[in-house]
Design a protein around this ligand. Structure first.
Ligand code: SF4
Length: 320
């Protein structure tokens, strides 16, 4: 069964939902076969290059939205750092460090539904300066008006991150203040303007395997080429504080299945890599992943960049 799925994908056929469901429901005995298939597909369609990116949380906390997984919502007492937009110089120095550490892309992220006019002007100034230091610039600024997206495009940003977070069906269980549709239409707007969306979600929120697959198939339908896969690190004070974390092998099986659904996409292991995969992090890259965030996340530190780069080298990947 797994061999025939592999042959079908290699021949250009798309993985069907019912077959993806069988893969995600497979037991541990089949996991190494699924991983092997995902690795072959990654090699065939994406090669040996790994996409490393780094980010700055340029405005932390202060978000009025209610995403139940998020430490930055003002509705939850999580003790996360709270600060308004950092200076242009801070954004530029963080980008310099990211470049020095080996990241190909640097993402400016702010919490909240979208920047004010003043914040947007500062971010634009930072983008212009960062472009001169020779690293690609991405943004994750919430929902924007089309005029702002056009301005970012004219500044030459590489990608704009806007995640679907989870499946359409499960979304109502994690967020009530803005809709799944608004997320889909923001991604559609990015595509219309010609800015590449970076769009993925979080696994381990309490969604069913079917709902997890629905996320992957929605991303496929939208033609997303860069898919961050976050693994929930249940944060104290959030409504998801007591959700049972996804098992590392289940997360790896999910990543492998996502690769088989999205053969050509960059599948980027994002937030929660260290806590969600623990000592099995390298296995994710032998199961179809070909990207990761280095140098820490929005409200949590990652492991050292040196360890990540050594892992990339040991796995035989070339850094993009
Ligand atoms: S995920 Fe974004 S929009 Fe949702 S609460 Fe966190 S910062 Fe706000």
């Amino acid at each position: 069964m797994i061999k025939s799925i592999l042959e079908e994908i290699l021949s250009g056929k798309e993985l069907e939902f019912d077959k993806a469901e069988i893969l995600l429901g497979a037991g541990q005995d089949d996991l190494h076969l699924i991983m092997r298939a995902a690795n072959i597909i990654r090699k065939r369609f994406c090669g040996e290059r790994i996409d490393l990116c780094s980010l700055i949380n340029a405005k932390s906390g202060l978000c009025s939205e209610d995403c139940k997984f998020c430490a930055q919502s003002v509705r939850y007492k999580t003790g996360c750092e709270v600060y308004s937009l950092v200076s242009v110089e801070d954004m530029v120095s963080a980008a310099r460090l990211a470049k020095k550490q080996g990241a190909a892309n640097f993402c400016i992220v702010i919490s909240g539904g979208g920047p004010s006019k003043e914040e947007f002007e500062k971010i634009k100034e930072a983008i212009e300066k960062i472009k001169t230091i020779g690293i690609k610039v991405d943004c994750s600024l919430g929902s924007l008006q089309i005029g702002m997206v056009k301005e970012l495009k004219s500044l030459g940003i590489d990608r704009f991150n806007h995640n679907l977070e989870t499946s359409r069906e499960f979304y109502k269980d994690i967020c009530a203040t803005h809709s799944y549709e608004s997320r889909v239409s923001m991604v559609g707007m990015l595509k219309d303007v010609g800015v590449e969306p970076c769009c993925g979600g979080i696994i381990g929120l309490g969604e069913s395997p079917k709902e997890r697959l629905n996320l992957a198939f929605a991303l496929k339908k939208m033609g997303i080429g860069c898919v961050p896969v976050n693994i929930l690190d249940p944060r104290k004070g959030t409504p998801l504080e007591y959700v049972k974390p996804i098992e590392p092998l289940e997360a790896i099986k999910t990543i492998a299945t996502f690769r088989l659904i999205l053969p050509k996409a960059i599948i980027k292991v994002a937030g929660g890599r260290e806590s969600g995969l623990r000592d099995l992090q390298a296995m994710a890259f032998m199961a179809g992943a070909n990207g990761m965030i280095i140098g820490g996340y929005l409200t949590t530190k990652g492991r050292s960049v040196e360890k990540d780069l050594q892992m990339v080298k040991d796995l035989g990947f070339e850094v993009k």
